[in-house]
Design a protein around this ligand. Structure first.
Ligand code: OAD
Ligand code: ZN
Length: 246
């Protein structure tokens, strides 16, 4: 793969790099994306599964759906895209700002991660806010009850109509603003406020690079588009970096 010189020059001088990622980076780990022809939201109605109202209407149904997604995530492995991002930490100050809840960046070895939409491995009681890690809850298809107060336990993920975790968002926004390069990987970039992250990067003077199998809402806005699979392109970027950094 031939990268354009302007991008290579940026890689050479950059110190801080942000990866803003979406479901596409986990597609090669066989975790389905949300949009596109096999997307989750083509088959399911988000309002019926991913909202607090849906949970209160039918907690067992919502819990069971997340339980199925946990199974998929547990069986999945980080792919070469996640691994390359973690590998770049050896050469740069890398921050991952992800919309994914699948924990794969952490499992791949990335250490600085802002999770804008929560994490499927964490849960909390809707009454007293006690946190529970998924492995500590009995694997069951009915919603668990809080051991302290008997309240319903829900996954710690952001549902439609809910606010993003403030610290994660502002941490991610600052990292983006201060970055030298911001990669936008595997996201359709249609969900706000998450998509403000690459915009903050651009506003702060960062060089925006998109990695996606197709063009997106952000394609005309970025400085450089790399079309192809994240699991193929990101390892090539790491290889390139290794030629001039050690
Ligand atoms: P989407 O499903 O909207 O978009 C996935 C993107 O990944 C698309 O642009 C694909 O072209 C691209 N893609 C697919 N396979 C790829 C590959 N192998 N390499 C590179 N790119 C690939 O997912 P998100 O943008 O993450 O929110 O969706 C944003 C949010 O919408 C999610 O976090 C979720 C959802 O509703 C919540 O759950 C709050
Ligand atoms: Zn409780």
């Amino acid at each position: 793969m031939n990268f354009k010189q302007e991008f290579l020059d940026k890689l050479l001088s950059a110190k801080k790099i942000v990866f803003f990622t979406g479901a596409g980076i986990s597609a090669e780990s066989n975790i389905p994306t949300f949009r596109g022809k096999d997307g989750i939201w083509n088959k399911m109605n988000p309002e019926e599964l991913a909202s607090f109202d849906a949970f209160m209407r039918n907690p067992d149904l919502v819990w069971e759906w997340y339980q199925q997604r946990r199974d998929i995530v547990h069986k999945a492995q980080p792919n070469p895209g996640h691994v390359a991002i973690a590998g770049l930490e050896k050469h740069y100050d890398v921050t991952v700002v992800t919309q994914n809840i699948d924990n794969l960046h952490r499992r791949a070895g990335s250490t600085k991660i802002f999770e804008l939409h929560g994490n499927i491995e964490r849960n909390f009681c809707i009454e007293c806010h006690t946190f529970y890690n998924s492995p500590d809850l009995e694997t069951t298809n009915t919603v668990p009850k809080c051991k302290k107060c008997g309240g319903l336990v829900r996954p710690d993920v952001v549902w439609f109509g809910e606010m993003l975790p403030q610290d994660e968002f502002s941490g991610g926004e600052k990292a983006a603003e201060w970055s030298d390069i911001c990669f936008v990987v595997g996201t359709s970039a249609v969900v706000y406020p998450a998509t403000y992250i690459p915009m903050s990067a651009k506003r702060g003077g960062s060089y925006l690079v998109e990695v996606n199998i197709e063009s997106t809402e952000l394609s005309s806005y970025v400085d450089y588009s790399l079309f192809g699979k994240a699991g193929e392109i990101l390892p090539k970027i790491l290889e390139e970096v290794k030629k001039f950094k050690n």
